[in-house]
Design a protein around this ligand. Structure first.
Ligand code: CUO
Length: 675
């Protein structure tokens, strides 16, 4: 874990609070050879712990070495993916933790730090002997991917001048990437939220595209989860836009016309010592020819792949490499499509359906320098830790989602018997909020994140940064249920929320509304015969992880599921940040509908042992080493078209709705104060 500390400081310097690595002579990079005999003494002085590094036979590292040390690294770039795949295999193949430590200390001083961090994270996540380790949050290791670089200059100043203990948190301004006159700026708090970007990075860490060990990639319903998690991002972002008087994201489906929105990220890569390139408003993606990245691809390639997807959906079958057709069925079709689309090594036919989603990221992220003539690297769309900052992310994923919806539209609507739960009636759902029934409150909140671990070549010690994010008051769902079946039952409670009005202030059609349904929670509940009231805390959501887990900072209490004391681990870093559970609302009160359904657990359940697994954000992240804990299609019951013309028309007796209001107060509280 010490390798996650100060990523570009060589590991013979002090790591963590008190440790140094004792390297074999031949491990020192050539550039330090002349001084290597003095290094151990110089940096070992204050160390409490000296960790001997085994002199192992080094594997062939030539492929991952091809990525220059201070370049950007992107999972979406096929060549980078291959290099990372190779490095993951090397890390996974080490006999034991000591050997892993040896190879890491060798690699840490030589390989690209972003790639090293990613591959080591994947390996720690998947090796039996490292599974319990709690990797520090990515925002601490590489804070440069998440915040205004101005903070780093100030942080260096503070860490050099002010003793630990006297340091005040540095304040990161809100809304620093564009002026208020840009309408898109109204949702910058969502796009640039640190927790949201961390979630997205974690998700792609847990679901890598490439590795020689297929098991790392081939997780239960992975393709379907790719579809669903990103569909939910679009639904959430759409609601957020509606709250801010913006239209739903326009899908980016015409690759030949300019992209209206520009984006100027104002991020610096501390590793690459370069600013992330911007994209000017009105840019058009162009054919890419970048020998350095081994990418040569034409825009028409995207169109060919797209047409093949449309063809597959039209005929409800995909073409396999041997020419045969494989039907897309009701049960697994979406999973097959998701894997083809993303795409990963478990795509059924990568040769034919290509790499549509990933290459969309690549084309957009190189639109400013498609032939490398300006020696620029990719823009934020090229990195899963930064992609969600850019408005185009949502337009691209809205389009990807549209393709999945074309498939869903081919499926028959759920007949009433696949929705109803005979004997169970949900008579009401309500919200018990901090200021009354069916009223949700939001405001700004300030929290801190640790920068000290990511400040290379500065004196040690904690430096905190304070940033502002959206927050809601916690609340309870109150659900009244009647079980008239005469016997005890088990149910799955499914709670969603959706806007009621469109951007013009008119009622949304049910078909539009169902696509905007945001999952809030899903849990199993005993339903004894008779009547009962279920009370469920918003904090227990199956979609979110607690604030402490997203940031894992000093606010973490011992025994918290994300704390260092816990045996839980990095998988647990995946989860929608809890502070973003509820859309912002408006100061006058934004109307939404809250929906609850209780389905028959006997038909939903997946029998498996969940002890010790990280399972409290399963809705968007699945469960580590387990099956997705719900047999139904993801997004059920709203994932399919329906002839119902309104939500009431759609409902069976085991469902209830309640109109609620989200009220935003333009005030800022400190973390810990409850509104
Ligand atoms: Cu998560 Cu496009 O897959 O960013």
């Amino acid at each position: 874990l010490l390798f996650f500390d100060r990523p570009t400081e060589p590991c013979f310097m002090q790591k963590g609070d008190d440790a140094i690595f004792q390297l074999p002579d031949n491990f020192y990079p050539d550039k330090y050879k002349t001084v290597s005999s003095t290094l151990a003494n110089r940096f070992g002085e204050n160390a409490q712990r000296s960790i001997p590094v085994r002199n192992i036979a080094l594997p062939d590292l030539s492929l991952p070495m091809e990525l220059p040390y201070n370049d950007q690294f992107s999972l979406f770039v096929p060549k980078h993916r291959k290099m990372a795949g190779k490095l993951i295999d090397i890390f996974m193949g080490m006999r034991d933790v000591d050997d892993l430590q040896s190879i890491c200390s060798y690699c840490q001083m030589r390989l690209n730090p972003y790639m090293f961090n990613y591959c080591l994270s994947v390996a720690i996540l998947h090796r039996e002997d490292t599974k319990g380790l709690n990797i520090p949050t990515f925002a601490e290791t590489f804070p440069d991917k998440f915040m205004d670089p101005k903070v780093f200059r100030r942080a260096r100043e503070v860490s050099t001048i002010v003793p630990v203990g006297n340091r005040l948190p540095l304040v990161i301004p809100q809304n620093y990437t564009a002026a208020d006159s840009d309408p898109e700026q109204r949702v910058a708090y969502f796009r640039e939220d640190i927790g949201i970007n961390l979630h997205h990075w974690h998700w792609h860490l847990v679901y890598p595209f490439d590795a020689a060990d297929r098991a790392i990639v081939n997780k239960d319903r992975r393709g379907e989860l790719f579809y669903y998690m990103h569909q939910q991002i679009i639904a959430r972002y759409s609601a957020e836009r509606l709250c801010n008087n913006l239209g739903r994201p326009k899908r980016y489906n015409d690759f030949r016309s300019p992209i209206e929105e520009g984006y100027f990220p104002k991020l610096d890569s501390q590793v690459a010592s370069r600013a992330w390139p911007p994209r000017f408003a009105g840019s058009t993606i162009r054919d890419i020819d970048r020998p350095i990245d081994q990418i040569r691809s034409d825009v028409s390639q995207l169109e060919i792949w797209r047409d093949r997807f449309l063809q597959a959906i039209e005929t409800m079958s995909v073409t396999l490499p041997n020419g045969r057709q494989m039907p897309l069925d009701e049960e697994t079709g979406i999973d097959v499509l998701g894997n083809l689309m993303e795409s990963s090594i478990i795509s059924r036919n990568r040769g034919y359906y290509g790499d549509l989603h990933n290459m969309g990221h690549v084309f957009i992220s190189y639109s400013h320098d498609p032939d490398h003539r300006n020696l620029e690297q990719f823009g934020v769309m090229g990195d899963s830790a930064t992609a969600m900052r850019d408005p185009i992310f949502y337009r691209w994923h809205a389009y990807i989602d549209d393709i999945f919806q074309l498939y869903k539209n081919k499926l028959p609507p759920y007949p009433a018997e696949r929705l109803d739960f005979p004997g169970i009636r949900v008579s009401s759902i309500g919200i018990e909020g901090s200021s009354g029934a069916n009223l949700l409150n939001t405001q700004w909140e300030q929290s801190t994140v640790e920068l000290g671990r990511g400040l290379d070549f500065t004196p040690r010690g904690s430096v905190l940064a304070r940033f502002t994010h959206l927050q809601h008051d916690e609340f309870n769902y109150v659900i009244d249920v009647n079980n008239s079946s005469g016997s005890d039952m088990m149910g799955t409670v499914r709670i969603f929320m959706a806007p009621i009005l469109d951007e013009g202030g008119n009622q949304l059609s049910f078909d539009e509304q169902r696509r905007l349904m945001i999952e809030l929670d899903k849990f199993t509940e005993a339903l004894p015969a008779g009547t009962r009231t279920i009370r469920r805390r918003s904090l227990d959501s199956s979609v979110t992880i607690p604030y402490e887990r997203t940031f894992r900072n000093q606010n973490t209490r011992p025994g918290d599921p994300g704390s260092a004391q816990s045996a839980e681990f990095d998988f647990c870093g995946c989860g929608w940040p809890h502070h973003m559970l509820i859309p912002k609302g408006t100061d006058r009160g934004y109307p939404i509908v809250v929906f609850c359904m209780i389905s028959n657990w006997n038909e939903d359940r997946v029998i498996q042992d969940l002890v010790g697994s990280c399972n409290d954000a399963a809705s968007y992240c699945g469960i580590r080493d387990r099956k997705y804990p719900d047999r139904r299609s993801m997004g059920y019951p709203f994932d399919r078209p329906t002839p119902a013309s309104s939500i009431t028309d759609f409902m069976t007796p085991n469902m209830a709705v309640q109109q609620c209001t989200i009220r935003f107060t333009n005030a800022t509280r400190q973390r810990g104060q409850q509104g």
